[in-house]
Structures are given as C-alpha cells and as structure tokens.
Design a protein around this ligand. Structure first.
Ligand code: HEM
Length: 399
C-alpha cells in the first residue's frame, strides 16, 4: 500500500512541470478564440491554437475552414493556388482543366501532361543521346586514325607563290555565315540535350540554368542566319555541284586519298559535292523541323509524311506495318524534336570531316576560304580542270 502511495506521489511530481507549461499558454477561460495573436504565422494556426485544441477548448479555425477550394483571387494571401490543394491542381492539369493560368496564346500549349510524352522523353534521354554521342565520338576517332595513317595531304613540290582567286568575297561571306551559325547552333543544341546529364553533375544546377537560358536564346535567333546563308550557298554553288562524268574518275581513283594520283576535278570534286548536297538537304530538313519547333503546333510535318509512306506502300515494304498518321499536336512536336536532333547529329558528323579536311587535313585548302586566293600548284593538283577553265577565261578577252 505504502509503495503504491509513493509511486503516485512521484508520478504527480513528474507531471507537474508539464501541466504548468500548458497552463502558461492556455488563454483565460473567458478569452475568445480570435484573441490569439497569429501575427507570427501570417494568420495561420500557431502553437496556442494547437494547445487549445489538445485541451478540448474552442478554437477559431476560420482561416482554414473558409479557404477550402477557393482560388487565389477569392483567397488572397495564401499564394498563387489560394486554398486549392496539390491533388486538385494535378488532377486539373491531367484533365486539361487548369486552375492556373498558362501563359501561351496557343490553346494546344495548355496541355501540360500527356501520356505520349513518356516514350518521347525516354527516347530523347536514351537512344538519341547515346547514339548521337557515339556518332560524334566515332567520327572524331576515324578522323584521328586517318590523320595517323595518311598524315597531312601536302602540296607536292611546295607552293609556287602565284595565286589564283578561288572564292569571291560574297562567297566567303556566305560560307562563314553558314559555318559560324552552324557551329553556334551545334554547340547550343548539344548543351540543351546533354545539359542535365553532363553539365549539372560537373558544374551544378545554377551554371546549367544560365547556360541553357543563353543557349535557347542563341539557338532560336542564330537559326535565321543559318537559313539565310544556306539559301545563299545553294544559289551560288548549285551549278558547280551537279554530278558529271569527271566524278567517275574521282571515284575510281578513291578521291586521291589512297595512292599518289590526283584525280582531275572542276571547281568542286565529288567528295565536295557530297558535302554540298549533305549540307543542303540535311540543312533544309533541320531548318524545316526547326521552324516547326520555333512556331509550336503551326507546322504539322509528320502525320502527312506517315500517311504518304503508308499510301505508297513503303511502310509495308520496310516491315513497319502501317504507321500512325493520325497524330495529336503534341506527338507532331515530339517527332519534330527527335527528327531535328537526329538530322543535326548527322550534319555535325559530316561537318567534322569537312572541317578536318579544310584545316589540318590538307595543306593550302584553308586559304580558299581565308583570303580567297589559292596557290596555283594547289589548284593544279586538286582542281586541274577548274584551273584550266579559269586560265582560259583570262586568256579570252571579254566581248
Ligand atoms: C571552322 C569551320 C570550317 C572551315 C575551316 C571550313 C573550310 C572550308 C574551305 C577551305 C572550303 C573550300 C574548299 C575548296 O577550296 O574547295 C569550304 C567549302 C565549303 N564549306 Fe566549309 N568550312 C567550315 C565550316 C563549314 C560549315 C559549318 C559548313 C556548313 C554547315 C560548311 C559548308 C561548306 C560547303 C557547302 C562548302 C563547299 C563544298 C566543299 O568545299 O566541300 N563549312 N569550307
């Protein structure tokens, strides 16, 4: 009995400080609940409210009760969502009934979540990024190997010191506008695709954010310079790039890369014609898909193309079965993005080869685009038929 009394006494002592604390914050019995000062929580419940509720006393929870489901306009002070809960928001987004304003003029742009997006995102982050990176790395490796095996293609017998005009100022202007814009587009495009994977782990989120904001601005605006230069180059050089019978000789002699013979060539040899047509065709395709990305949902390229491929029986022949031609506006954009990137990668691989041969790979080549003048011996060895034509033109007085 005595032991029970002792235990009760100790328990009472232990409980004393707790009830004393609760007593301190509890409002006087007659205090109205709204008398609680909620300044420190911006009007939301605070410790005094919680303790009153735990003690079974009446509390004023109007700040919460009255804000259920209200939006920001009717419930100011609770942030952009007002009294809406997150599930409300996400459900709304899922069914395109947005409780928030999406700042786009285009109605289709208000669709923020759609199931089609998953395969696109996985393809973009998976095969596209992986094979794209391998293509560029492989091209660099092949160029390095070629350099190690073949070395720099020299001007046999050295320069003679007499030069001949190869490209006029307008041609060089167009070329460098094309080259400069392409290099900027390639670098900013790569940053956009690999930023999350490569830049964030190395340099952090802040850096990547600034890099990608700048990249987007550059990519969207410099694209116009690329398209203008592409048209200029096409108009100026198309006549020199129509295939003709001298190309056969070039092909049969392996372009002069294998062996010591220099195959005859007019202004552009067959290898350069391949570069020209690759630049024109891939450049046109990358521009078209780029325009459809620049003006979302306005240019629909893929549904029509898939229907055409079905109609002419190509899909069946390739064992793909009928392709789905009835695409949602978002699927159109996803195909445009993937196509844009694939063509961009192919073009980068071609251009790496072109830059190599125009700089390190061949002595005397850069001058053609540098100051426009090439050494006569270089012209003799690489473009003998063109050199003859130019000399003949000079000899024949203009009528
Ligand atoms: C640093 C980069 C580049 C250098 C050093 C360079 C150099 C050259 C040179 C020296 C030529 C004249 C070859 C000759 O005399 O026969 C040339 C031609 C040409 N370049 Fe570039 N280029 C560069 C980038 C680009 C880019 C990015 C493009 C296209 C996107 C491009 C497209 C062309 C085309 C279509 C031709 C005519 C066909 C040919 O010669 O292959 N170039 N370039």
């Amino acid at each position: 009995m005595l032991r029970h009394l002792m235990a009760l006494f100790i328990l009472a002592l232990a409980a004393l400080p707790v009830s004393a604390t609760a007593q301190d914050v509890r409002l006087p019995e007659n205090a109205t609940p709204s008398a609680i000062d909620r300044a420190n929580t911006g009007g939301a419940q605070n410790l005094a409210d919680i303790e009153r509720r735990q003690n079974g006393a009446e509390i004023d929870d109007g700040f919460r009760r009255n804000n259920l489901g209200g939006d920001a306009a009717t419930v100011p002070g609770l942030g952009p969502l007002g009294g809406r809960s997150d599930p409300d928001l996400w459900r709304g987004i899922r069914y395109n009934e947005l409780p928030v304003r999406v700042s786009t003029m285009n109605k289709t742009g208000r669709v923020l979540v759609q199931d089609n997006g998953m395969w696109w995102q996985q393809f973009r982050e998976g095969p596209l990024a992986t094979y794209g990176a391998w293509l560029l790395a492989g091209t660099l490796a092949v160029l390095l190997l070629f350099y190690l095996l073949r070395g720099r293609i020299r001007i046999e017998g050295g320069k003679v010191g007499r030069t001949i005009t190869r490209f006029k100022a307008i041609e060089r202007f167009a070329h460098w506008m094309l080259a400069g814009s392409f290099i900027l587009l390639a670098l900013t495009g790569l940053a956009t695709l690999f930023g999350r994977k490569v830049v964030i782990p190395l340099l952090g989120h802040e850096f990547n954010s600034v890099l990608l904001t700048g990249s987007k601005f550059i990519h969207n605006n410099v694209s116009w310079a690329f398209m203008i230069a592409l048209v200029m180059v096409f108009v100026m050089w198309i006549w020199h790039n129509i295939p003709n019978k001298t190309d056969w000789v070039w092909i049969k002699q392996g372009g002069g890369f294998i062996g010591d013979k220099h195959p005859p060539a007019k202004k552009f040899n067959f290898g350069q014609k391949i570069v020209f047509w690759a630049v024109i065709l891939l450049g046109f395709s990358v521009s078209l898909s780029g325009l459809s990305l620049l003006f979302p949902f306005e240019i629909q390229l893929f549904g029509h193309t898939f229907n055409l491929i079905n109609d002419i029986g190509m899909a069946e022949a390739a064992g793909l079965g009928p392709l789905q031609g009835d695409l949602t506006p978002h699927a159109e954009m996803q195909y445009a993005q993937l196509w844009h990137a694939i063509i961009g990668f192919l073009m980068m691989a071609v251009i790496l080869g072109h830059i190599y041969i125009g700089t390190l790979g061949m002595e005397g080549a850069f001058d053609a685009m540098g100051n426009g003048e090439v050494d006569e011996r270089w012209a003799e060895q690489h473009h003998s038929l063109w050199l003859d034509e130019v000399k003949d033109d000079k000899r024949t007085p203009a009528e």
